[in-house]
Write a protein that binds this ligand. Structure first.
Ligand SMILES: NC(=O)c1ccc[n+]([C@@H]2O[C@H](COP(=O)([O-])OP(=O)(O)OC[C@H]3O[C@@H](n4cnc5c(N)ncnc54)[C@H](OP(=O)(O)O)[C@@H]3O)[C@@H](O)[C@H]2O)c1
Ligand SMILES: [Zn+2]
Ligand SMILES: [Zn+2]
Length: 351
């Protein structure tokens, strides 16, 4: 049976999010239906609500850090049963047969992964709506198990901020002896500090915000570099094996490149679009350094990250909000005034 659901949607780039009623599909044989308990607020939600990337289709119900309780399962579902706690991240489907999909890299599906919101379902061609809503439906293959011991509220942001920083840390084989830097202390940045530290790396934060220093140390940074201070930037030369750049807006990376060690990589996970005015090839050629990008992570890798976090007692630092406060939360996020992820208590969403 289809289900009427209440959510919060942006109906254009220019208006605040507001209550929006829509219909969830009847579960297919492999579908899991979840009552949404908590949903993290990612800067991507704001980008897409406001069409920063130019591919928003309205109405948009954002939310891709979704934790809930299973309320129904299709007849072929084996991974979940009613009552289980489960999570949904940034994607809900992919072609499942291309090369990347077969390697567990569904996020790089050749046919494009189906985003949890602002996407189009591969079967009924209906728009996908995200976790700022009472319930959500997705194939079991794209639903994560929430390991026992994780606080569900604080674990919600792991489903995007966590996996997006975990994936490059793993791809570039970060471990004991690695030197990692993170640019920007927001939702992604604070998870990057925690995860890199737990993997055994020596961790540095680049920030524009001097007032974040004490927090950064508590979150796992061993060193802090104020990116607006030329002397501090110059002193950081030649150090890092990996820099994870989480900055959401266009910015100059020329100052960061010389801080990479020989063979080091700066990986963009934040800004999507044409990069800064000009990027000099000098540090790349003279140090075999690379500039790369990385998109969320595969489903198996996401489960690996959740299990790692449960084992190491890692979750997000969160500020709980009611859904009615979402527009205010977006304004605060624009001012980098988040410590360090807003999570919506979905119990606040009442008809
Ligand atoms: N690749 C992916 O798969 C993926 C997945 C999720 C999110 N994202 C993207 O990652 C970005 C970060 O998301 P988030 O949720 O972590 O955002 P966030 O919580 O707003 O944090 C971003 C941080 O970047 C710094 N910053 C902000 N504006 C800046 C500017 N103009 N110049 C320099 N630094 C700036 C600030 O840190 P300081 O105060 O420390 O400087 C800020 O706290 C967003 O663009 C989001 O869309 C990508
Ligand atoms: Zn996100
Ligand atoms: Zn595929």
């Amino acid at each position: 049976m289809t289900m009427k659901v209440l959510g919060y949607a942006a109906t254009s780039a220019k208006v605040p999010l507001a209550p929006f009623e829509f219909t969830r599909r009847a579960p297919r044989p492999d579908d899991v239906v979840m009552e949404v308990l908590y949903c993290g607020v990612c800067h991507s939600d704001l980008h897409q609500a406001r069409n920063d990337w130019g591919f928003s289709t309205y109405p948009i119900v954002p939310g891709h850090e979704v934790v809930g309780r299973v309320t129904a399962v299709g007849k072929d579902v084996t991974k979940f049963k009613v009552g289980d706690f489960a999570g949904i991240g940034c994607m809900v489907d992919s072609c499942r047969h291309c090369n990347p999909c077969q390697q567990g890299l569904e996020q790089y599906c050749e046919e494009g992964n189906v985003q949890t919101y602002n996407g189009i379902d591969r079967h009924d061609h209906q728009p996908t709506y995200g976790g700022y809503s009472q319930a959500i439906v997705a194939s079991q293959d794209f639903v994560l198990k929430m390991p026992a011991g994780l606080d569900l509220k604080a674990a919600a942001p792991l489903l995007c901020a966590g996996i997006t920083t975990w994936s490059p840390l793993r791809h570039w084989k970060v471990g004991k002896g690695s030197k990692v830097a993170v640019v920007g202390l927001g939702g992604l940045g604070h998870m990057a500090l925690k995860l890199a530290n737990a993997l055994g790396a020596e961790v540095t934060l680049f920030t524009r915000s001097p007032n974040k220093e004490a927090d950064a140390r508590r979150l796992g940074a061993h060193h802090i570099v104020l990116s607006t201070d030329d002397a501090q930037m110059a002193a950081a030369k030649g150090q890092f094996d990996l820099i994870i750049d989480t900055v959401p807006y266009v910015h100059d990376i020329n100052a960061y490149m010389p801080t990479l060690n020989v063979d080091g990589t700066l990986v963009f996970v934040g800004f999507l679009g044409d990069i800064s005015p000009m990027v000099s090839t000098l540090p790349m050629i003279l140090g075999r350094r690379s500039v790369a990008g990385s998109c969320i992570g595969g489903i198996a890798e996401t489960q690996e990250m959740l299990d790692f976090c449960a084992k190491h007692g890692i979750a997000s630092d969160i500020e709980m909000i009611n859904i009615q406060d979402i527009n205010h939360a977006y304004e605060r996020m624009l001012k980098s005034d988040v410590k360090y992820r807003f999570v919506i208590d979905m119990a606040s969403l009442k008809p």
